[in-house]
Design a protein around this ligand. Structure first.
Ligand SMILES: [Zn+2]
Ligand SMILES: [Zn+2]
Length: 238
């Protein structure tokens, strides 16, 4: 990794970031390389800007140094397609996929499809911004928030939707992974709804850890997995 290039101002980095996000939102694809060159001044500076933005966690790079995950968008399959009337996206994890219809302005209802990681059954949901989809499926998140960015590609690859709890059990047994965190579709939908708000516009600011924790709590997530205090079961009001 090269050291950060001092000629890349915050403003220029933000121009590059927004161009990438706007293109992904509009088309599901990265912008034309020429467009980024015209913003940054040269191909070398584009590479440096993309690297610097990766260090700031604007996105995650693949082995070849290209953008692989610009949450909630991916540039390769992470297991989920998200389809609107006009656009087809790769969602990152299930959380990212559910976030896309909330984030992309006026995209209308989407069809999100994937396969159960345990039994390979095809799963599909119609997701819009009005109400969570209904269904028995359950999401399982493997990596706790405190370690999410240790290897964000691994983290995202393991935020998955299953047919039900039995399929999560079978998958944990097969992979040897420890139990992470399970949630229903309604919680996943609420969790995804506002998380990425503002990311397509200039001046987006990532949530501070305390802000993130209060968002997690607000949408119904509980316990140490989310950096929240453990709630004794009998004390939980439902
Ligand atoms: Zn299944
Ligand atoms: Zn993700």
């Amino acid at each position: 990794m090269s050291a950060s290039d001092p000629s890349l101002t915050d403003e220029l980095l933000e121009d590059v970031r927004v161009a990438v996000y706007q293109s992904l939102a509009r088309t599901g694809r990265l912008p034309d390389p020429d467009q980024l060159v015209s913003i940054a001044g040269s191909a070398k500076r584009v590479t440096a800007a993309i690297e610097q933005l990766a260090q700031q966690r604007a996105w995650a790079l693949g082995p070849d140094g290209s953008i692989e995950l610009a949450h909630p968008f991916a540039t390769r399959s992470f297991g989920y397609s998200v389809m609107s009337a006009t656009t087809l996206w790769w969602g990152g994890c299930c959380w990212d996929s559910f976030a896309i219809p909330h984030l992309v302005p006026d995209c209308g209802p989407t069809i999100i499809a994937g396969a159960c990681p345990a039994c390979d059954r095809p799963l599909v949901w119609r997701v819009d911004t009005h109400a969570p989809p209904s269904g028995p499926e359950r999401a399982h998140f493997l990596v706790p928030t405190s370690r999410m960015w240790d290897d964000v590609i691994h983290t995202c690859s393991n935020q998955l939707l299953f047919c039900n709890d039995e399929c999560i059990d079978a998958w944990l047994q097969r992979t040897g992974y420890d139990e992470g965190y399970r949630m229903d579709l309604a919680t996943l939908w609420r969790f995804a709804a506002e998380w990425y708000a503002g990311r397509l516009e200039r001046g987006y600011r990532r949530r501070e850890p305390a802000e993130a924790r209060s968002y997690f709590h607000e949408v119904g997530l509980r316990g140490a997995f989310w950096g929240l205090p453990e709630v004794p079961r009998q004390a939980e009001v439902r």
